[in-house]
Design a protein around this ligand. Structure first.
Ligand SMILES: [Cu+2]
Length: 470
């Protein structure tokens, strides 16, 4: 019997002798116990207690996978399986992921580490894992059919390679990719530098999260997998605001945030109150000469961006995708918005006949945040974040960087809302409001038009239009 084949046919078939003969010169006793995590909380950084030291990352609403050292090899065990992910409090989705969660746990290693990852397939169909961005032997790249046979249901495969270059990477299936990624199968991989690196600064806080998206009908539990662009849940690490934890930092901390995009569209990520540098991409750290300060950086499909800034302004600073449709949650009501149309008189009559009938805010969409409209069970409310001054009117890809001078080093606990110093909050003007003079004199124009239209034209913007599934 072919030893390698035998080794690859599953956990039951593995013995130390066969493994040693077929896959590696390093003897392998047994599979490492898979570690599972079912809570969606942000776990404390996992300080390495074996192997070489490094400064661990913090996975937003996620965790880092523990490993075991086996004769100098870092061994991890990923289990691909159906999971239930709480996407925000009270809203659970039936996804696929790894080790009890979607996304899977973050894997952290050090440049030069020899890594062995056992992947057990508990999905109802075959799978594989592609180690997005890594330098590795071709047969370890994880494209089913091209680099390896797909991992059949119930079987365990082994990937083994040296983490050659430091940087931020992702992992995801490369077998029935459309389905499996739409169902939430993905995770982060960090390779820390082995020594001081001229382009990689030491930071006080190092956050990671993936941008992902789902199309789950209101009241349903399972994502629709055929959707290409019209997703209705825009998430970070399969969480939507207000279910996304804040990024808590101490004033004057040097902060790094690593963002990977495994959705089908780009996301301009925007930070308030600070300027950042893009210090890394999929290809590793960026040369210093290419760095300039920004407040928004676009993360394209399949890309990773690493941003860094000095958190020297106290406060609760918004951090979000700048596509406004991506900071909303599910809208399953196929009703056009009619801003400016007063429906009050007729709505009462219609709801008597059609209980679900709803008019989308004739004064804009802000009503939606306050209106406690009846929703099917297990539906994420559209814009529900509640701040210290009322509704934040945000959902989806939104969180905050909370900068506090009294936050302890290494403490990630939410400090609550920022207490603004007296006189530092925008306030209502209660004096008189003079009319701008030019309106009366010049009809609102600083220069007269030469050719005025014969009839006055006035347009109304209807926004958003049509099918509101965002
Ligand atoms: Cu976006």
């Amino acid at each position: 019997m072919n030893n390698r084949r035998n080794f690859l046919t599953g956990a039951g078939a593995i013995t130390g002798a066969i493994a040693a003969a077929s896959v590696s010169r390093v003897a392998m006793a047994a599979l490492p116990e898979p570690v599972l995590q079912t809570k969606p909380d942000t776990m404390a950084p996992l300080a390495p207690n074996t192997g070489r030291p490094y400064n661990p990352v913090v996975t937003l609403n996620g965790w880092t996978l523990p490993w075991r050292m086996n004769q100098g090899v870092k061994e991890f065990h990923l289990v691909a399986e159906p999971v239930v992910r709480e996407m925000s409090p009270g809203f659970k989705a039936h996804l696929w992921g790894y080790n009890g969660q979607s996304p899977g746990p973050t894997i952290e290693v050090v440049e030069g580490d020899r890594v062995r990852i056992f992947v057990t397939n508990k999905l109802p169909e075959h799978t594989s894992i592609h180690w997005h961005g890594q330098r590795l032997p071709n047969g370890m790249d994880g494209v089913a059919g091209l680099n390896q046979p797909a991992i059949p249901v119930g079987k365990t495969f082994v990937y083994e390679f040296v983490a050659k270059r430091p940087g931020t990477f992702m992992y995801h299936p490369h077998a029935d990719e459309m389905t499996q990624m739409a169902m939430g199968m993905m995770g982060f991989w960090i390779t820390h530098p082995k020594a001081k690196h001229p382009l990689i600064d030491e930071v006080d806080r190092d956050f990671v999260f993936l941008l992902n998206a789902y199309d789950i009908d209101p009241g349903a539990y399972t994502p629709k997998i055929m959707t290409m662009l019209d997703f209705n849940l825009w998430s970070w690490n399969s969480r939507i605001f207000p279910g996304i934890d804040p990024l808590v930092v101490r004033k004057n901390d040097k902060v790094r945030i690593r963002i990977g995009n495994l959705t089908m569209t780009n996301h301009p990520m925007h930070l308030h109150g600070h300027e950042f540098l893009v210090t890394g991409t999929d290809g590793g750290p960026t040369p210093k000469s290419t760095r300039w300060y920004e407040v928004t950086t676009d993360v394209a499909v399949g890309q990773m961006r690493q941003i860094e800034f000095l958190a020297d302004e106290e406060g609760d600073w918004a951090f979000h995708c700048h596509k406004s449709h991506h900071t909303m949650n599910a809208m399953g009501h196929d009703v056009p918005t009619l801003i400016g149309v007063d429906h009050r008189k007729i709505v009462k009559d219609i709801t008597g006949v059609i209980p679900d009938y709803m008019v989308m805010g004739e004064r804009g969409m802000a009503d939606m945040a306050e209106m406690d409209m009846p929703l099917p069970d297990n539906t994420a409310k559209m814009m529900t974040g509640e701040g210290p001054f009322g509704s934040v009117e945000m959902g989806g890809m939104f969180s905050m960087v909370k900068v506090r001078k009294d936050q302890k080093p290494g403490d990630y606990k939410d400090p609550g809302w920022y207490k603004h110093p007296a006189g530092e909050v925008a306030y209502e003007w209660t004096g008189s409001l003079p009319n701008p003079a030019r309106f009366a004199a010049e009809g609102g124009k600083t220069m007269r038009s030469q050719n005025m239209p014969a009839k006055e034209v006035e347009v109304q913007v209807r926004k958003p239009m049509g099918n509101m599934k965002h």
